[in-house]
Design a protein around this ligand. Structure first.
Ligand code: GAP
Length: 514
C-alpha cells in the first residue's frame, strides 16, 4: 500500500515538474479537484483525443462527430433523470467536520478485505511455486473464502440499501463495520443524505428573470437531443453513431486521486443508435472494439480487465467498465452501456417532439435503442502517464527516469541537439528543426552535456533525440537515439523524417486494432 502511494506521489510530482499537469489557481493555494494541463499535458491530451476521434469517427463511415454546448435547456436534465437521481450518498464526521461518500467509506473497507485476500494469494504463490493454482486456491482456502464471503455480503447489502434509498441502513452498516473517520479516528457520524452532483448556474441578467441552469454532468445528452437533427441532415441510416468530446462537470464529494476524479473533466462519448432487439450484439461488438483500441497502445494486456455490472442503472439492460491498473489499483477507465430507448423516449415525453426513425427496410418507425461508449479523457491521460513513468536500473549501475509514452501520443516527437554550441552545429540543428516542424512537434536543446540532455528528454517522454556533431558537417549524417532502448544509430539527415514518421504514424498504431 505504502509503495503504491509512493509511486502515485511520484506520478503527481513528475507531472508537475515536467509541465504536464498543474493544480488550478495554484498561486491562490489551488482549487480542490480542478487541474490545468500544462504545455506538455495539453499536447498529450490533444493526441489522445485525436487517437480516439480517428478510431471512432474518421474510420467509421456511419459515425459522425458533433460539438454541442455545455449549457442546455434545464428540462434536459429532468428528462435524463439527473435532477432526481444523479446523487451520491454523503455522510459527515461530527468531530473532524469532514464529508465523505458513504458508499466509498464502505468500499474502502471492502478494499482492505480484498487486500488481505491478495496477501494470502501472494504467500501461497511463494509457498507452492510453479504448482500454484490461483483459481483453486481462491475457491478452496478457508480463510480466503470467509474473507470473500464477508466482502460480498457487505457490498450486496450496501447495493440493495442504496437501491431502496434506505439511507438509514447505509449508516447502520458503517456503524456495524466500525468504520472510523480517517482524520479524527472517531465513529461520530451524521445521518446519510443524498447530494446532487450537478453544478447550478444562472442564465439572464436580472435576478427575477434569471433561469436556473446546470453545467452538463455528461456530454451524452447533447447527442440525444440532437439525434434527429443529425440523422436527417446527415441522412444517417441505422445503425449509426454520434460522437462527441467535451467538458463535463460534477460536484464530486470525494475528490481525490489527482486527475482521476475531478470536478471539471472531459469525456469522449459515442452513442450508437440501433434497431430495438439488436442491442446485445452491438453491446458485445463495442465492448470488443473498445478493448482493442486500448490494447493497440501496447500498455500491457494484463493492465486491463472488464467489470460487468450486476446492479444496473434504471436505463440500462447491460453495462460494463473497462478497468485499468492505475497506481492505486484497478479502477474504471471507460464505461460501455446498453441504454435501451430510455433517453430518447424520455426526451420525447418531456419535449413533446417525436424522436423516431423511419426504417425503410422494416417499413416502420421506432425509437432507436442506444449502445454508449464513454471514456474520461483525463482518466485516459492518467492511465497513459502513470503506466509510462519508469525508474530503470542501467547496466553501468546508474538509474534513469523515463516516460515511455507510446510514441504516437508523445507531446514532443524529437529533440534536436547540437553537440556543442559552436562550429556551426546549432545552425544545422535549427535547419533540421525548420524542416521537421511542419510534420511533428520538435524542440531544440543546447544546454548541458549531451548525456544530461538525453536524460531530460527521457523524463519528458520524447521518443527521439537527434544529435548534430562535427561528422554532420562532413557527411550530412546525425545520430538518432531511441528513448526506450537507448540505442543510437547514424543516419543521413534526409532519413530522419521517415524514421520519426514510421514510429508515430497514427494509422499504423490504429491498424493494430484489426
Ligand atoms: N454518459 C455516461 C457517463 O457519463 P459515467 O460512468 O458517469 O457515465 C463515464 O462516466 C466516464 O467518464 C467514466 O468511465 C470516467 O472515465 C469519466 N469520469 C466520470 N466522472 C469523472 C470525474 N469526476 N473525473 C474524471 N473523469 C470522470
Amino acid at each position: 500500500m505504502a509503495k503504491q502511494e509512493d509511486n502515485f506521489k511520484k506520478v503527481i510530482s513528475h507531472a508537475k515538474e515536467y509541465g504536464y499537469v498543474f493544480q488550478s489557481s495554484e498561486i491562490y493555494d489551488g482549487l480542490s479537484a480542478v487541474y490545468d494541463y500544462a504545455q506538455n499535458g495539453a499536447e498529450l491530451k490533444k493526441n489522445i483525443r485525436e487517437y480516439w476521434w480517428k478510431a471512432m469517427v474518421q474510420i467509421h463511415s456511419n459515425i459522425v462527430g458533433i460539438d454541442a454546448a455545455i449549457l442546455m435547456h434545464p428540462t434536459t436534465w429532468k428528462a435524463s433523470g439527473h435532477v432526481d437521481a444523479f446523487n451520491d450518498p454523503l455522510i459527515d464526521n461530527k468531530d473532524s467536520k469532514k464529508r465523505y461518500r458513504a458508499d466509498v467509506l464502505i468500499e474502502d473497507y471492502v478494499a482492505k478485505i480484498e487486500g488481505k485476500i491478495e496477501k494470502e494469494v501472494q504467500k501461497a504463490a511463494k509457498r507452492f511455486g510453479d504448482t500454484f493454482d490461483k483459481e483453486q486456491f481462491l475457491a478452496t482456502n478457508g480463510r480466503v473464502v470467509d474473507y470473500q464471503k464477508k466482502a460480498d455480503t457487505i457490498l450486496k447489502r450496501m447495493g440493495s440499501s442504496l437501491e431502496k434509498e434506505d439511507l438509514a441502513d447505509v449508516k447502520l452498516l458503517i456503524e456495524e463495520l466500525g468504520i472510523v473517520c480517517p482524520i479524527s479516528g472517531s465513529k461520530n457520524w451524521t445521518d446519510v443524505k443524498q447530494f446532487n452532483l450537478m453544478f447550478g448556474t444562472k442564465l439572464g441578467a436580472s435576478a427575477e428573470s434569471a433561469m436556473d441552469l446546470y453545467l452538463r454532468p455528461e456530454t451524452a445528452q447533447g447527442i440525444f437531443v440532437n439525434f434527429l437533427n443529425v440523422q436527417k441532415t446527415g441522412r444517417m441510416k441505422i445503425p449509426f453513431g454520434i460522437a462527441q468530446v467535451g467538458k463535463a462537470f460534477r460536484n464530486e464529494i470525494v475528490a481525490r486521486q489527482f486527475i482521476f476524479r475531478q470536478r471539471e473533466f472531459e469525456q469522449m462519448e459515442m452513442q450508437f443508435f440501433i434497431r430495438p432487439g439488436t442491442q446485445k450484439e452491438w453491446y458485445e461488438t463495442w465492448k470488443e472494439n473498445r478493448m482493442k483500441w486500448h490494447l493497440s497502445l501496447g500498455m500491457g494486456e494484463e493492465n486491463y480487465r472488464f467489470h460487468d455490472h450486476d446492479k444496473l442503472a434504471h436505463y440500462a439492460d447491460a453495462a460494463a467498465d473497462i478497468e485499468f491498473r492505475f497506481p492505486f489499483g484497478f479502477k474504471e477507465l471507460e464505461g460501455i452501456h446498453s441504454r435501451t430507448d430510455f433517453d430518447l423516449k424520455s426526451h420525447e415525453e418531456y419535449s413533446g417532439k417525436k424522436l423516431q426513425y423511419f426504417d425503410h427496410e422494416m417499413e416502420e418507425s421506432y425509437v432507436p435503442y442506444v449502445v454508449e461508449t464513454s471514456i474520461g479523457l483525463d482518466r485516459m491521460f492518467l492511465a497513459v502517464f502513470s503506466n509510462s513513468l519508469k525508474e530503470e536500473e542501467l547496466e553501468n549501475g546508474t538509474t534513469r527516469t523515463v516516460l515511455k509514452i507510446p510514441a504516437v501520443l508523445a507531446p514532443t516527437k524529437a529533440a534536436v541537439l547540437p553537440l556543442v554550441k559552436k562550429d556551426g552545429l546549432p545552425d544545422i540543428a535549427h535547419q533540421i528543426i525548420a524542416d521537421l516542424k511542419w510534420d511533428f512537434n520538435v524542440i531544440y536543446d543546447e544546454k548541458d552535456a549531451v548525456g544530461r540532455r538525453y536524460r531530460r528528454q527521457d523524463a519528458n517522454g520524447t521518443p527521439f533525440c537527434i544529435t548534430v556533431d562535427h561528422q554532420t558537417i562532413e557527411d550530412q549524417t546525425v545520430t538518432i537515439r531511441h528513448r526506450d532502448s537507448m540505442e543510437q544509430e547514424r543516419v543521413a539527415i534526409n532519413e530522419v523524417k521517415g524514421i520519426i514518421a514510421a514510429a508515430v504514424d497514427m494509422k499504423s498504431w490504429l491498424q493494430k486494432m484489426s
